[in-house]
Design a binder for this molecule. Structure first.
Ligand code: PLP
Length: 359
């Protein structure tokens, strides 16, 4: 059968490329905002013990009741907010966009998290990116408000802190967007463990506000667990799209265990925050690097007078994998993003960067 996909699939799908993940084999992996630390031995033993109680022959609890209760307790989730769990927050992005009308427009500032555009395109929805301010990576408020008026977006994504720029957008600007938008506004707090800011406390003040979080950047990226908070009327509708057993029993048991025994995760997070400060200072000391302040577990930096692609390749040659954002162009020209790792990994990265810059 010639050209079967072209006959059967939507044109927007045919024109997309699959999300690619770089091969990190034998490299120090500082490209994906993972927590570098394994679990302490005693915690690991207790966890394996807890997993024995999982009935792997049975379907998991479709409501993930025990895990939901533990999330509410440990993350101080307001009682009036409804919660939806996803197989990573990526799945929640998909659920959100699948619920929208076919002619809906989705708006997000750019550069931003690539999955917003990717998922919107895969569903054939209109996606509009509004450039951030070039000087500060802040929201360009006149442009945002004009875009809201013009496109009437059904949903706006704002990552807080933003990926890949690392900054927290101005609080008053976000409130202005919440007030100006007649559609949903999703505050994506994937990096909340590294920032001292959240919109969870604002949930009661805006009925179009949704707050999305994940356990991935905290240290459980392998699990795939994200959650969405908002008004019951909205979350209840989204829940109809969620597949009944989207959170498997091993994830439910492991996440519940990790949150109950979460002190070590707090310590790891604190350590990463201290390392972020050291790496930022070290980057600032390089003459031909401009480093941007970050409230997340990564730092964006720009090379000056030397192509970022060359630095990226040299680092890789020296055994360190970071993320080259320069191919995305625009405000990210000559930009690289490094995830904060363990102290020894960060030192290897900084030494390799120094080598790369003098080559
Ligand atoms: C990493 C990231 C996510 C995805 O998180 P998962 O829960 O692992 O799917 C969502 N939003 C932003 C801004 C991210 O950087």
């Amino acid at each position: 059968m010639p050209n079967l996909p072209a006959r059967l699939f939507r044109p927007e799908l045919l024109s997309m490329s699959a999300y690619k993940v770089a091969d990190a084999k034998n490299l120090i992996k500082l490209d994906a905002m993972e927590n570098p630390y394994p679990w302490p031995e005693n915690i690991q033993q207790a966890w394996l013990e807890a997993l024995k109680a999982c009935a792997i022959n049975r379907y998991p609890d479709p409501e993930a009741g025990a895990l939901s209760a533990e999330l509410r307790r440990s993350q101080h989730i307001p009682e009036n907010s409804a919660m939806l769990l996803g197989n990573g927050s990526d799945e929640i992005i998909q659920i959100l966009l699948m619920a929208l009308a076919a002619d809906a427009c989705i708006l997000a500032p750019e550069p931003g998290f690539v999955m917003y555009r990717q998922v919107a395109q895969s569903l054939g929805l209109h996606y509009r990116g509004v450039p951030l301010r070039a000087d500060s990576f802040e929201l360009d408020m006149p442009a945002m408000l004009t875009a809201i008026q013009e496109w009437r977006p059904a949903l706006i994504f704002l990552a807080y802190p933003n990926n890949p720029t690392g900054n927290l957008f101005d609080l008053q600007s976000i409130k202005q967007i919440l007030a100006a938008s007649s559609g949903l506004v999703v505050i994506d707090e994937a990096y909340a463990p590294f920032a001292d800011a959240s919109f969870i406390g604002e949930l009661e003040n805006y009925n179009n506000l949704l707050v999305m979080r994940t356990l991935s950047k905290l240290g459980l990226a392998g699990l795939r667990l994200g959650y969405l908070l908002g008004q019951p009327e909205i979350v209840g509708q989204l829940n109809k799209i969620r597949l009944p057993y989207n959170i498997n029993c091993l994830t439910q048991a492991t996440a519940e265990f990790a949150l109950k025994n979460g002190d070590f995760l707090q310590e790891q997070t604190q350590n990463i925050r201290e390392q972020r400060c050291l790496v930022y200072k070290a980057l600032q000391a390089f003459e031909n690097i401009e480093a941007y302040h970050s409230a997340a577990n990564f730092i964006l930096f720009r090379t000056k007078g030397i192509a970022a692609g060359r630095i990226f390749e040299s680092l890789k040659q020296q055994g360190v994998l970071i993320k080259n954002l320069s191919p995305q162009g625009g405000l990210l020209e000559n930009c690289l993003r490094v995830t904060i790792g363990a102290p020894d990994e960060n030192q290897v990265f900084l030494n390799a960067l120094q080598q790369a810059l003098i080559l």
